[in-house]
Unconditional design. Structure first.
Length: 158
C-alpha cells in the first residue's frame, strides 16, 4: 500500500489523500487572512481596506524612534572612529537641541535617546492625526450619502 502517514484515527492514509488534506488546509489558512476577511465583510477590495486601515500610533512611534535614534547614534560613532583634529564640528551643533549631546561615546547614547523621543512623538502624533482625519473624512462621506438617500426618499414620497 502507498501509505505515508496516519490520520487522526490512527489509520494509514495514501499520499494523494495526504496532499489533498495538506492543500485543503492551506486553502483554509489563506481564506482566513484578516485582510481578506475584513474585505469580505466590508464588500471592498483588499487594497482599499489596506489603505483605509488604522495606523497603530505606538508602533509607528517606536519604529520611527528606533530608526532615528540609531541613525544619530551611528553618525556620532562613525565620526568618533574617523577621528581628526576637529571631530564632528557640524554634528556638535546638535548639542543646541539635544540635552547632554557631545561628540563622545556617552554623547552618542544621549543622541540615541533624544532622537528616539523626538521621532517617537512625531510618529505617534502623525498616526493619531492621520487616523482622526481619515475617520472624519469617512464620517463626512457617510453623512453625505445618508443625506442624499434621505433626500431621494423624501422626493419619491412627495
Amino acid at each position: 500500500m502507498d501509505g505515508i502517514g496516519l490520520n487522526s484515527y490512527g489509520e494509514r492514509i495514501g499520499s494523494a489523500c495526504a496532499i489533498r488534506i495538506y492543500n485543503g488546509g492551506m486553502a483554509d489558512m489563506r481564506s482566513t487572512h484578516p485582510l481578506e476577511k475584513a474585505a469580505q465583510e466590508a464588500g471592498l477590495p483588499p487594497r482599499v481596506v489596506l489603505v483605509l486601515a488604522r495606523l497603530d500610533p505606538r508602533a509607528l512611534g517606536i519604529a520611527l524612534g528606533t530608526v532615528c535614534g540609531f541613525w544619530l547614534w551611528s553618525a556620532t560613532i562613525i565620526l568618533l572612529i574617523r577621528g581628526g583634529a576637529n571631530v564632528g564640528k557640524n554634528l556638535s551643533l546638535l548639542s543646541q537641541y539635544f540635552i547632554g549631546f557631545r561628540v563622545t561615546p556617552a554623547g552618542s547614547l544621549a543622541a540615541f535617546v533624544n532622537g528616539f523621543l523626538i521621532a517617537f512623538l512625531v510618529g505617534y502624533g502623525f498616526a493619531r492625526l492621520r487616523n482622526f482625519m481619515l475617520h472624519s473624512y469617512l464620517l463626512y462621506i457617510r453623512r453625505r450619502a445618508e443625506r442624499v438617500a434621505l433626500t431621494d426618499l423624501l422626493d419619491r414620497l412627495m
